[in-house]
Design a protein around this ligand. Structure first.
Ligand code: GDP
Ligand code: IMO
Ligand code: MG
Length: 442
């Protein structure tokens, strides 16, 4: 079972980082395959918080190879800051590799992201202002600059000169902002090249070789299924393929190499930025979840919108990602509530939808249909097995399984690595007991 995908099933921030960190203890390689530093993945180890934006959440293990694959867009300034922060905390970054085909986030992408959002006014997407959309747009327009261009500064400069002329025209004439200076950008990126050049390789060979050797490779998703450029709540999405299928394109592996897909879902729902969110609670309960769950963006610090668990979107995610199991996170946050709601369907006019409605305006306007379950009062954050959980907590998880029709494999009850319940015994063996490694297949 060497190729395992960890994917977000909601609108991001489900706790992918902490689940990846947990599984990475048994992995040989962890790969980020899409997104950029719009992602913020938190890992808490013995009270120390690590906030990772570009570097895979396997970096805390000294023997795990960490790969930023071709599908990621990289802001080198952020990457270098992250490398420095990790080294300062005593974490070695020698096992990092960066794809030569990954695109670079350039300063004009950030200017255009911010300016574009400002132009949209009330209709803004609520992006992270990290230049992600404009960087992916340039990739698709075939005018992007890649990490491999940093290895030949003559080529880098030629490409930069060409594209900057056009970007500055837009910046000045459309947005009436100050143009960017070629020399300033060139000199900055020349310095970045000196630092990150040594990590740049063709990572698709590296990943496929590891899989050939029956090594265990974890693919760490960023954002979530409902933020996917094709399958999410467009246009209120990010600009990459966040779903499990994105692994093939974003890392350069064939679909047959993916053996297991684990969907990460929060025990409730959150969203940052604009867009439909049927179970959102603009109410005391929303505030309660935000404060108790500390629902503030890892990347931007923005308060996250909060609401009840939505089984309609989870069923959709299960289908789109072909989930084998679900890891439920932050269940401890629900302790202390008298009753807990689960959305089982949506009502719109005289229609009831159990599947995600086909039209965005219906998702905007529908009313969630709730089932109410009894809450629990006990602190569950130190429990280690499913059978020790209060009966009401078990009922909540069982109901999620029934509604989504996918088994729950793991439940996290706190942010620390150790605060996890592995529910499925068979899965526990598959995921946590290392199988015999076969020798290299030639
Ligand atoms: P990601 O982007 O999917 O990796 O998720 P984030 O790191 O952005 O957000 C998840 C937040 O919840 C982080 O602050 C985690 O430390 C925290 N967290 C993760 N699992 C749990 C849990 O089981 N209980 C609690 N209370 N916090 C958790
Ligand atoms: P992780 O990996 C939550 C959201 C933004 C915005 C939309 C588009 O930590 O789960 P972008 O900057 O990508 O163009 O913004 O996507 N968004 C996220 N929300 N978690 C994330 O990452 C996100 N990355 C982007 O808030 O609504
Ligand atoms: Mg996050």
């Amino acid at each position: 079972m060497p190729g395992i995908v960890v994917v977000g099933t909601q609108w991001g921030d489900e706790g992918k980082g902490r689940i990846t960190d947990l599984l990475a203890s048994q992995a040989d390689m962890v790969v980020r395959y899409q997104g950029g530093d719009n992602a913020g993945h938190t890992v808490v180890l013995d009270g120390v918080k690590f906030k990772l934006h570009l570097i895979p959440s396997g970096i805390l293990y000294p023997n795990v190879m960490c790969v930023i694959a071709n599908g990621v867009v990289i802001n080198p300034e952020v990457l270098i800051e992250e490398l420095t922060n990790l080294e300062n905390k005593g974490v070695s970054t020698k096992n990092l590799r960066i794809s030569c085909n990954a695109h670079l986030v350039m300063p004009y992408h950030i200017v255009l992201d911010k300016a574009g959002e400002y132009r949209l006014g009330k209709s803004k997407i609520g992006t992270t202002h990290k230049g992600i959309g404009p960087a992916y747009a340039d990739k698709a327009a075939r005018s992007g600059i890649r990490t491999q261009d940093l290895l030949d500064l003559k080529i880098f400069r030629t490409k930069l000169e060409e594209i900057l002329k056009f970007k500055n025209a837009v910046i000045e004439k459309v947005y009436e902002l100050e143009p960017l200076d070629l020399e300033v950008i060139f000199n900055k990126y020349k310095d970045y090249a000196d630092i990150i050049g040594k990590y740049i390789v063709d990572t698709s060979f590296l990943i496929n070789k590891s899989l050939d050797e029956n090594k265990r490779v974890l693919f760490e998703g960023a954002q979530g299924t409902l933020l996917d450029i094709d399958h999410g709540t467009y246009p209120y999405v990010t600009s990459s393929s966040t779903i499990s299928g994105g692994v093939c394109v974003g890392a350069g592996v064939g679909p047959g190499r993916l053996d297991e897909v684990i969907g990460v879902a929060k025990a409730y729902t959150t969203r940052v930025g604009s867009g439909p969110f049927p179970t959102e609670e603009v109410s005391k309960i929303g505030d309660y979840l935000r404060e108790k769950g500390f629902e503030y963006g890892t990347t931007t610090g923005r308060p996250r919108r909060c609401g009840w668990f939505d089984s309609v979107i989870l069923r959709y995610s299960a289908m789109i990602n072909s989930l084998d199991s679900i890891a439920i996170t932050k269940l401890d946050v629900l302790s202390g509530l008298d009753s807990i709601k689960i959305c089982v369907g949506y009502k719109y006019k005289d229609h009831v939808f159990y599947d995600l409605p086909p039209h965005q305006s219906i998702i905007h306007k529908c009313e969630p249909i709730y089932q109410e379950l009894k809450g629990w009062n006990r602190d569950i954050s130190s429990l280690k097995s499913f059978k020790d959980l209060p009966e009401e907590t078990q009922n909540y998880i069982n109901r999620i399984e029934e509604l989504v029709k996918v088994p729950v494999s793991m439940i996290s009850v706190g942010a620390e690595r150790s605060q996890i319940i592995i529910k499925d015994e068979a899965l526990k063996q598959r995921l946590f007991e290392r199988h015999m490694r076969s020798t290299l297949i030639v």
